[in-house]
Write a protein of this length. Structure first.
Lengths: 267, 277
C-alpha cells in the first residue's frame, strides 16, 4: 500500500529522461500543451506526435505502465471521438448509422481532437512517470523563484509540499492503526447504507486530525530547535543543474515547435 | 566556563499559574554526561526546552559556554546545543535520511560542498551511512533516532540533549541509542544531557540530577543514587531490577561489598562473594 502511494506513478528506469532537470521537463510540457493547439495539418500533427512518442520511448518505461496511466482517460478520448462523429456536419456524408448521417469532416475532426487529447495526456503523464515528487517540488520552487519579488512565499510553499510528501506514509500508517482500533470497538466502515458509512468515518477522522495537529506542533518545535528560521540565508542540499542533455532536449523541442509553426496551414 | 550553567532558574508558563520550575541551579561541564531524571511533570522536559531557547526562564539566568541565553543570541545557542526529541517520526523533516541530516545545515547556510562531507561523517558516527537515500518509513524507530542524532552532530554542537529520546523505542532500540551517544560523546568530549524517567538509563551517566515537583531533589552519582531505594520510590521512580535484587539480598543477610549498578557488577559481586571472605 505504502509503495504505491508514495512513489505515485514513478517508474525508476534511470533513463535519460529521468535524469533530466525537472524544470526543463516542466517547461517543455507547458509549452507543448500550448503549441499543440497551433497544429492544424498532417505535417504539424505528425511533428508533435513524433516528439511525444519519441520522448515516451526514451523513458524506457514499459508500455503497460503508460497504458495504466492512460486508463482513466481512454473513455474520455473515445467519448470525444464519438461525440464529434455525430455532431460535426462538414464534408460529405459517408454512411448512415441508425438514420444519423456521418460526415467525412466529422471523422477527421474527431480523430484530430482525440489525437490531440491523447498526446497531451501522454506527455504530461511522462512527467510523473519519470520524476520523483520531491524533484517536482524542487522544480516548482525554482520555477516560481521570480515570484519571490512580489513577496510570494515560494520557499514556504516548497517546504510545505516536501513535508506533506514526507508525512503521507506516516499518516497512512496512522489511519490504518486508528481504523483497526475503531473496527475492534465495533465501528463498521464497509457495510450499511451510504449515510451510515459516512458517519462511521467521523471516529476515524477526529483522532487522525488530533494526532496530525500534535505532530505538526512537535515538528515545528523540532524544526526550530534545529535552527530553522525561514527561507532567508538558507542553502540547499538538492541543487538543480541544467546539463547538456537538458539543453539538447530544449533545442529539439524548439526545432519541433518551429517546424510545426512553419508547416501549419495559414489560409 | 561551564558548558551549561543554570543560575536560580524559575519558570512558569503564565502569570498566576504555579511554577513548573523553582530555583534550579546546576552546571554541566564539557565532556560530562549528566542524566536528569524525574517522574512525569517534575519539570525535567522544561529544563531541556530552556537549554536551547525554546522557552525562556521567568526568573534566573542560563549561560551556555559563556553566552547568556536571550532573544538575540538564541540562534548561536541553538547551534551549540543540539536536541533530540521523543517521537522519532515528528522530528524527521526530510524525505530521505540525507535530506533530513542536511536540514540543520541548510538552515545555517552551510555551503553545499561542505554539506556533503558533514552529512557523510555524521552518519558514519551513528553508523547509518548505508541508509543515505532511505525514506523515513523504511527505518525502525531506533534508526530514525540515530538519524536525528546525526542531524544534531552535523552542526557540531558542544552539548547534546536527549529529551526522552528513547522512551518510544523497544529495548533494543534503546540500547542502540544509548550506546551511540555514549560513544560519540566520549570521542568528541561533548556535554551530554539525557532526560528520562527510567532509572535504568542513568546508570552509565557521570552524574544524576533528580527532579521532583519542579525542584532539584538531589544531585549525585548513579552508584550513590541506587542506595536510596525507598526514597526514590516515594518520589515516583521505578527502581531498577538489579538494585531491587541487591536490596533483597541484603535483607536476606547476604551483604554485597558494593552496591551494583548493572547486571555485570551484580554477577561479579555474587561469584566473588565467598572468595572475599
Amino acid at each position: 500500500m505504502n509503495n504505491l502511494l508514495i512513489v505515485g506513478q514513478y517508474v525508476p528506469t534511470n533513463s535519460i529522461v529521468h535524469r533530466m532537470d525537472p524544470r526543463i521537463k516542466m517547461l517543455i510540457i507547458f509549452f507543448y500543451v500550448i503549441f499543440i493547439f497551433f497544429a492544424n495539418n498532417v505535417v504539424s500533427y505528425a511533428l508533435f506526435t513524433v516528439f511525444a512518442v519519441g520522448g515516451t520511448l526514451l523513458t524506457k518505461v514499459p508500455w503497460r505502465f503508460i497504458a495504466k496511466g492512460l486508463t482513466p482517460v481512454w473513455f474520455l478520448i473515445v467519448f470525444t471521438f464519438i461525440l464529434h462523429l455525430f455532431v460535426t456536419k462538414e464534408g460529405t456524408v459517408l454512411v448512415n448509422v441508425f438514420g444519423l448521417p456521418i460526415y467525412s469532416g466529422a471523422l477527421e475532426q474527431g480523430a484530430v481532437i482525440s489525437l490531440r487529447f491523447f498526446l497531451l495526456i501522454l506527455l504530461t503523464s511522462l512527467l510523473t512517470l519519470t520524476t520523483t515528487p520531491i524533484e517536482i517540488t524542487d522544480g516548482v520552487e525554482s520555477l516560481l523563484g521570480p515570484l519571490r519579488r512580489f513577496k510570494f512565499p515560494v520557499h514556504e510553499l516548497a517546504l510545505m509540499m516536501s513535508i506533506s510528501l514526507r508525512f503521507i506514509p506516516t499518516l497512512l500508517q496512522e489511519t490504518e492503526k486508528i481504523s483497526n482500533a475503531q473496527a475492534s470497538r465495533g465501528v463498521d466502515f464497509r457495510t450499511g447504507p451510504f449515510r451510515e458509512r459516512v458517519r462511521a468515518v467521523i471516529p476515524l477522522l477526529v483522532p487522525l486530525f488530533v494526532s496530525a495537529f500534535k505532530r505538526a506542533e512537535e515538528l515545528a518545535m523540532a524544526m526550530e530547535a534545529r535552527g530553522y528560521r525561514g527561507g532567508e540565508g538558507r542553502t540547499k542540499l538538492r541543487e538543480l543543474q541544467v546539463m547538456k542533455r537538458d539543453v539538447a532536449a530544449l533545442i529539439i523541442f524548439i526545432i519541433v515547435v518551429a517546424a510545426a509553426l512553419i508547416t501549419r496551414d495559414y489560409s | 566556563m561551564h558548558a551549561i550553567e543554570f543560575k536560580n532558574v524559575s519558570f512558569r508558563y503564565e502569570e498566576e499559574q504555579p511554577y513548573v520550575l523553582r530555583n534550579v541551579s546546576f552546571q554541566v561541564e564539557a565532556g560530562e554526561w549528566l542524566a536528569i531524571i524525574g517522574h512525569n511533570g517534575s519539570g525535567k522536559s522544561t529544563i531541556a526546552k530552556l537549554m536551547n531557547g525554546l522557552l525562556f526562564p521567568t526568573e534566573g539566568e542560563i549561560i551556555i559556554n559563556g553566552i547568556p541565553l536571550n532573544e538575540e543570541n538564541i540562534w548561536e545557542i541553538r547551534r551549540q546545543v543540539g536536541m533530540v526529541f521523543q517521537n522519532p517520526d515528528n522530528q524527521f523533516v526530510g524525505t530521505t535520511v540525507r535530506d533530513d541530516v542536511a536540514f540543520g545545515l541548510e538552515n545555517r547556510g552551510v555551503p553545499r560542498a561542505e554539506m556533503m562531507d558533514r552529512i557523510t561523517s555524521s552518519l558514519e558516527q551513528v553508523r547509518m551511512q548505508d541508509y543515505l537515500l532511505h525514506e523515513p518509513y523504511r527505518l525502525s524507530g531506533g534508526q530514525k533516532q540515530r538519524v536525528a542524532i546525526a542531524g544534531v552532530l552535523a552542526i557540531s554542537p558542544s552539548v547534546i540533549i536527549l529529551d526522552e529520546a528513547t522512551a518510544m523505542l523497544d529495548p533494543l532500540g534503546r540500547k542502540e541509542i544509548l550506546d551511540t551517544v555514549h560513544r560519540v560523546q566520549a570521542a568528541q568530549q561533548l556535554g551530554l544531557i539525557t532526560i528520562t524517567h527510567d532509572l535504568n538509563e542513568v546508570m552509565q551517566a557521570h552524574r544524576v540530577l533528580v527532579m521532583n515537583d519542579g525542584e532539584i531533589w538531589t544531585t549525585t552519582v548513579p552508584r550513590e543514587l541506587v542506595k536510596r531505594q525507598t526514597e526514590l520510590q516515594q518520589i515516583g521512580l521505578d527502581v531498577p531490577f538489579v538494585t531491587q535484587l541487591a536490596h533483597a539480598l541484603v535483607r536476606q543477610g547476604i551483604n554485597l561489598a558494593e552496591q551494583p549498578i548493572d547486571h555485570e557488577e551484580l554477577l561479579d559481586a555474587l561469584w566473588t562473594l565467598h572468595s572475599n571472605k
